[in-house]
Design a protein around this ligand. Structure first.
Ligand code: SAH
Ligand code: SF4
Length: 340
């Protein structure tokens, strides 16, 4: 059965109109779900008994099950069970500017990046918009605080689930829904070129992050299979196209793997590749996992890499290491659970 959380406001209005019900009721329903956090239709006191029965008949309002929470000072990691029993995870990060959540977009991932836990477990299915919306609702209810920004950087490749991601964004961005500002929503992709171009043409003010992780095709193809389909030249063209269309700065994510892509040569090559493009580079310290061989770059490598980019006038930051003490790398909690 379809979840009520899958519906954008206009989907809900269309549904109501098709059933000869005034469409303003959609905003009332949204208000219960997303402003009041009341999910049981029976408790929505401004809906008629008839409408409640009809909605109950056509939609579920199930929440996700919380299977496990790992809490630390700045991060909470949640393992959720979906309606069909599949497991996904989401991470809450507390910043000084507000709470941010990293949501999963698929159960597993088919992109098969060699360093990633999520890619080790093949995709089982795409998440629906409601599966993603509920990750945020569950966390808001758990911490009893508002989430003000969202990154789609958990398990899965969001652009391999494009339409559902767009619906999800519209639901959480709606002023009648969770009202999370578009500028506070970021989609991270491993580089699906046609979808980057499509995203550039959406009527949205959301952000784009691209997982580059290597400055040349030889190295990138070794660690990211997707590079064989969309090599770096095409990827950089798509990024430039996106920037042209949207006028927004793109984040280039660069995971540092010890002695693989963290050398001086790589840093110089990266600086050359992105020079003059409206991007900034986010260097990500690798979270080691028990199943994969790569090692975290030592601090000295990170700082030297950073310095080379800086000296070449590239905007660069090093990602704060959230949740070192918990299994914070994308997919690690689920991978451990699935293999038990
Ligand atoms: N599939 C999308 C979004 C999910 S992955 C993408 O690849 O961009 C989100 C980010 O986490 C990516 O940049 C990915 O490379 C990174 N990542 C994967 N495994 C990691 C690990 N063990 N440590 C740190 N970052 C990791
Ligand atoms: Fe999938 Fe992203 Fe992991 Fe690559 S890094 S396997 S695209 S989740």
């Amino acid at each position: 059965m379809k979840s009520l959380f899958d519906l954008k406001l206009d989907d809900l209005e269309d549904y109501l109109e098709k059933n000869n019900i005034k469409k303003y009721k959609a905003k009332q329903i949204y208000d219960w779900l997303y402003k009041k956090h009341i999910y049981s239709l029976d408790k929505m006191s401004n809906l008629s008994k008839e409408l409640i029965d009809k909605l109950n008949n056509d939609f579920s309002t199930n929440l996700l099950k919380i299977k496990r929470i790992q809490e630390s000072k700045l991060t909470n990691k949640y393992l959720f069970e979906l309606d069909d029993g599949n497991l996904i995870e989401a991470v809450l990060m507390r910043h000084d500017y507000g709470n941010s959540v990293c949501v999963s977009s698929q159960v597993g991932c088919n992109m098969g990046c060699s360093f990633c836990e999520s890619g080790r477990l093949k995709k089982v299915r795409d998440l629906t918009p409601g599966d993603m919306v509920r990750q945020i609702l569950m966390i808001e209810d758990h911490i009893k605080e508002r989430i003000s920004s969202v990154v789609i950087m958990g398990i899965g490749e969001p652009f391999d689930n494009y339409d559902n991601i767009m619906s999800f964004i519209r639901i959480i961005n709606s002023p009648f829904g969770l009202a999370i500002g578009a500028r506070h929503i970021t989609v991270s992709t491993s580089g699906l070129v046609p979808k980057i171009k499509k995203y550039a043409n959406e009527d949205l003010q959301t952000n784009l992050a691209v997982s580059l992780h290597a400055p040349n095709n030889e190295l990138r193809s070794k660690i990211m299979k997707v590079n064989k389909a969309y090599p770096i030249e095409e990827l950089m063209d798509a990024i430039k196209y996106y920037i042209d269309k949207t006028n927004r700065r793109v984040t280039i994510e660069y995971l540092l793997l010890k002695d693989v892509n963290d050398t001086h040569e790589c840093a110089y090559e990266l600086a050359k590749l992105v020079k003059g493009i409206n991007i900034y580079v986010n260097l990500i310290p690798y979270n080691e996992t028990s199943h994969i061989e790569y090692k975290t770059s030592p601090n000295s490598h990170v700082m030297e890499f950073y310095d080379i980019l800086k000296k070449n006038n590239i905007n660069v930051t090093v990602r704060k290491r959230f949740g070192d003490e918990i299994d914070a790398a994308c997919g690690q909690l689920r991978a451990n659970e699935v293999e038990k």
